[in-house]
Each structure stands twice: as C-alpha cells, then as structure tokens.
Ligand binder design. Structure first.
Ligand code: SAM
Length: 273
C-alpha cells in the first residue's frame, strides 16, 4: 500500500511519523473503530488478540468491551504512546507477530479468543494462514484488509478472485465483508480502499485431514493456467494416468479455480487417504 501523501510525514494526532515499512496507516475515527469491534461481535466475556496496535486507537475501543486484550506491535517507537494509555485489562507485546510462536501467543491469551485487527497489508496472507491453520482456540477474525484482498477472501468458485486464500478460508469457516472503508479514513492515505472482513471459525466443518486438504489445494493452484490434472501430478508426484483413474467422477482437465471447496474435500479423500 503506497502512501499518496508521503510528504506529510507526521501524524496529526500524536506527533508520530508513520513508517511505510511497517504498513502504518492509522485510523482515528472512533465511529469506524467501534464499528469494527461491533463487526467482531466482541462481548464482555471475550478475550481479544489485536495484531498491530499502532497508536492504540483500535485497542482502546476493544478494551472498552473485552474482558481481556492482548495487542502485538512490532514498532518499539510506539511503546511510550501505547504504555502511557493505561488501558484496562490490556497487555501490549512488542514483537513481530508473524515470527512469534503461536503457542506462546496463545499462552498469553489463556483461552479461546477473537482476533480484531487493522492489519499491516504486507503480512495479511501469512498472518491469516498462521492462525487459520495453526490454531485450535481461534473463534473468529475480524480484519481490515485491502479491498482486493477482501474480495479474494469471500470469492466463490468460477471467478478470477477465487484462489488458495478463498478455499482455505471457506474450509475453516464462514467469511463475509462487513463494511467497505474509504482510503480517506487512514493516515497517511493509501492508494487503495479497504474493507472489513469477518471470518467465523467453524470447527471440523469438513471431515477430512486438514494438512492433506491444504496440500491438495496448494498443489492444485500452483500454476493457475494449468489444469487440475497437470498441477496435481506435479505436486503429488503421481502419474497423470493414476490420478485420472482415481478421479473418474471429475473432469480433471478443468482448472483449479472452477472446483468448489466440497470438490477439493472429495479429491483429498480419494487421493490422500
Ligand atoms: N491498529 C492501528 C490502527 O487501526 O490505527 C494501526 C494499524 S496499522 C495498519 C498496522 C500496525 O501493525 C502498525 O502499527 C505496524 O507497526 C504494526 N505491524 C506491522 N507489522 C507487524 C508485525 N509483524 N507484528 C506486529 N505488528 C506489526
């Protein structure tokens, strides 16, 4: 996300110089921030994980409602601002949330939790995958992402936006866009608009091994222009004849983008069990 107004370097609110390298595009509109927390259906019984505290504006809205909030921030320069706010039942952790061990993060949270975050654009996908694939305690993710990523998250089979991200999210839960957010709501103003996406985790939504499922899906989409047959043959190191013999009910000359999540589940069961 490149900043349009890179000449304006200092944040209007707290004298902070936003860092492009950390994807720092801050929001100060409290109506929008509280709406994001509402989209996440946070209640006084909830423990919340925030990734990317920034100046703490969203953290503050979360902490007004949640029982407990743990918020990660990579930028040590934001420490004085964040620690001086004395937010109730809130712990700030200064490290890279992507590199931090998931078990360690979850031990700080202590119980099942919801993620609420205005995500730094450059770690959006790896972060979603880290929690989606690794966590047993995550209940939902309500995240601000670039509009184009939001469209990929909720895409259905057959469209150009449908890909690994759409399939893996639909496998683990139910996703919807809860609001569109104009680029003008951020400081500095980025080059693209954003959207808030809510992903509710549905445990054991499909009765199939999740590592095997991920292997099939990632293999199937490895070369977008190739057929399912070609991609799976390379990814699984299986001959095309063997795959075709096993997948007699499928037209394996279709491309991955035309297969539904349910079809990928069936293919996984046939080829990898
Ligand atoms: N929550 C604030 C808001 O809504 O105004 C800030 C959102 S800003 C888009 C993203 C924040 O994530 C920045 O403060 C940035 O420093 C932080 N960040 C970037 N990469 C991170 C990482 N790997 N781990 C933790 N925080 C990170």
């Amino acid at each position: 996300m490149k900043n349009n107004n890179e000449k304006i370097k200092v944040s209007h609110s707290k004298g902070i110089m936003p860092k492009h390298k950390f994807g720092q595009n801050f929001i100060s509109d409290t109506n929008l921030l509280s709406a994001i927390v509402r989209d996440g259906e946070v209640t006084p019984n909830d423990t919340v994980l925030e990734i990317g505290a920034g100046e703490g504006a969203l953290t503050k809205e979360i902490s007004k409602i949640a029982k407990k909030t743990v918020s990660f921030e990579i930028d040590n320069d934001l420490k004085p601002i964040l620690l001086s706010q004395n937010l109730p039942n809130t712990q700030f952790v200064f490290c890279d949330a992507l590199k931090e061990d998931l078990e360690k993060i979850e031990s700080l949270l202590g119980e099942e939790y919801k993620i609420i975050a205005n995500l730094p654009y450059y770690i959006t996908s790896p972060l979603i995958f880290k929690f989606l694939e690794g966590s047993e305690k995550l209940l939902s993710m309500t995240i601000m992402v670039q509009k184009e990523v939001a469209q990929r998250i909720v895409a259905k089979e057959g469209g150009k936006d449908y890909g690994i991200l759409s399939v893996m999210i639909a496998f683990h839960g139910d996703a919807k866009i809860t609001r569109q957010v104009s680029r003008k709501m951020f400081f500095p103003v980025p080059n693209v608009d954003s959207a808030v996406v809510n992903i509710k985790i549905v445990k054991n939504k499909f009765d199939v091994n999740k590592e095997n499922f991920a292997k099939i899906v990632k293999g199937a989409f490895s070369m977008r222009r190739k057929t399912l047959l070609n991609n799976l043959s390379t990814a699984l190191k299986m001959s095309k004849e063997e795959i075709q013999q096993k997948l007699t009910h499928f037209d394996t000359n279709r491309r991955a983008e035309s297969f539904s999540v349910q079809e990928f589940v069936e293919i996984t069961k046939i080829l990898l069990s």
